[in-house]
Design a protein around this ligand. Structure first.
Ligand SMILES: Cc1ncc(COP(=O)(O)O)c(C=O)c1O
Length: 376
């Protein structure tokens, strides 16, 4: 089986994890947690990073820090992985779903602007949804597949409407807009180290921020809000959301290889584009000139999606459809979906992701290409 996006464990992972096992530093504190946080902060260009047990718990922690609560609305987009919306719902808030751009598959900023101008009002330095009267404290853009939208415009819209940006940059480690890293545009950004991501710790996440107070609060909340170093005094409801040292050891080893993984992802997308562009109606995700994406997961758009998916998977070339749009899931069907042409549905019905592990061989990619071509 050629995996869609498998972990590439070819550096110091064994050495660093063995060190944890040999020394007994396997659990929730240890030098690798600190090192992994420092490496990530330096890489993302943010002074602070706080490791968490997953990307989902990173998002949830950020929302708690920003005071998002029951009765609030959080703006996000209709094409994303369900964890974005789950993290919002954990706080008791609900999502406003903005449709995505048909070419970049990121949040459609024309629609966002229209929504903000027509459907919201500012009261002091707060944003409210006119129809429901609900507060909208946060916007959570998702950098889908490691691509990014026009971040200057998004930041400007958020600022003028008093919205705090929490970036769901879980898929975008290594992606940049005008040379600035994904995750560093908002008050907080997040990464995921789930097994299919560009680097993995088996499972894990990270919050990045330039705000020291936010970093301290994130550490506090994610470690059961214990406020006394000796006594078990906890000063608020906390969470067991920390990353264990053994996973962080793997993270450090993976971070050492990130530059090579990014280069390989660029080779993979170049291979597929060269071989598939111009075949039938196939097109690729469009990327703005200001964006340098990590090309985490090459995904093609074609009206032969179903047929290609069937054939690739029959040939054990693991391929997947795009996420079902959030407004079509039973839990979110009642949430506000702001759109004009429901591009999300079109993207869902026409896109598929193809094998792209950083260790994939050129001959395996050629097999993928041959199967896809055979359908046309
Ligand atoms: C867009 C998006 N948001 C959130 C998450 C959640 O991350 P995790 O699986 O580490 O909880 C993921 C990935 O799995 C994701 O792709």
């Amino acid at each position: 089986m050629v995996l869609l996006s498998g972990p590439n464990i070819c550096g110091n992972e064994w050495k660093y994890v063995k060190e944890c096992l040999d020394t007994g530093w396997v659990s929730s504190v240890g030098a690798y947690v600190d090192q992994f946080e420092k490496m990530t902060a330096a890489y993302a260009g943010t002074p602070y990073a706080v490791a968490t047990s997953s990307g989902t718990t990173a998002l949830h922690t950020c929302l708690i820090i920003e005071g998002v609560q029951s009765g609030d609305l959080v703006i996000t987009q209709n094409i994303t992985f369900v964890a974005t919306l789950n993290s919002i719902c954990y706080t008791g808030a609900r999502a406003v779903l903005i449709d995505v751009d048909p070419d970049s598959w990121q949040m459609n900023l024309d629609l966002l602007e229209k929504f903000l101008d027509e459907e919201t009002e500012q009261r002091g330095d707060k944003c409210f949804h006119k129809a429901s009267g609900k507060r909208i404290p946060v916007i959570m853009p998702v950098h889908v597949l490691g691509n990014m939208c026009d971040m200057d415009r998004l930041v400007n819209l958020a600022t003028t409407h008093h919205l705090t940006i929490i970036e769901d940059s879980t898929e975008a480690l290594g992606s940049c807009y005008k040379g600035k890293h994904a995750g560093s545009f908002g008050k907080m950004g997040t990464f995921s180290y789930n097994g299919n991501k560009i680097i993995t710790t088996g499972g894990g996440g990270m919050i990045v921020t330039s705000d020291e107070k936010v970093a301290k609060r994130a550490k506090h909340l994610s470690t059961q809000a214990k406020s006394d170093p000796f006594e078990y005094f906890h000063d608020e409801i906390g969470y067991n959301y920390r990353l264990v040292n053994m996973a962080a050891a793997m993270g450090v080893a993976q971070m050492e290889q990130l530059p090579n993984f990014l280069l390989r992802k660029k080779e993979i997308i170049a291979f597929y584009k060269q071989a598939l562009q111009g075949i039938g109606d196939i097109s690729f995700q469009e990327v703005d000139a200001d964006v340098n994406p990590n090309w985490w997961m090459p995904t093609i758009k074609t009206n032969k999606q179903a047929e290609i998916l069937k054939k690739l998977n029959e040939e054990k070339l693991q391929s997947r459809p795009f996420w079902i749009p959030m407004n079509q899931l039973p839990m979110f069907i009642e949430d506000l979906y702001y759109h004009q042409n429901d591009c999300s549905d079109f993207i869902y019905r026409n896109c598929l992701s193809i094998p792209c592990s950083t260790y994939i061989s050129d001959s395996e990619m050629q097999k993928v290409v041959d199967v896809i071509k055979s359908v046309f």
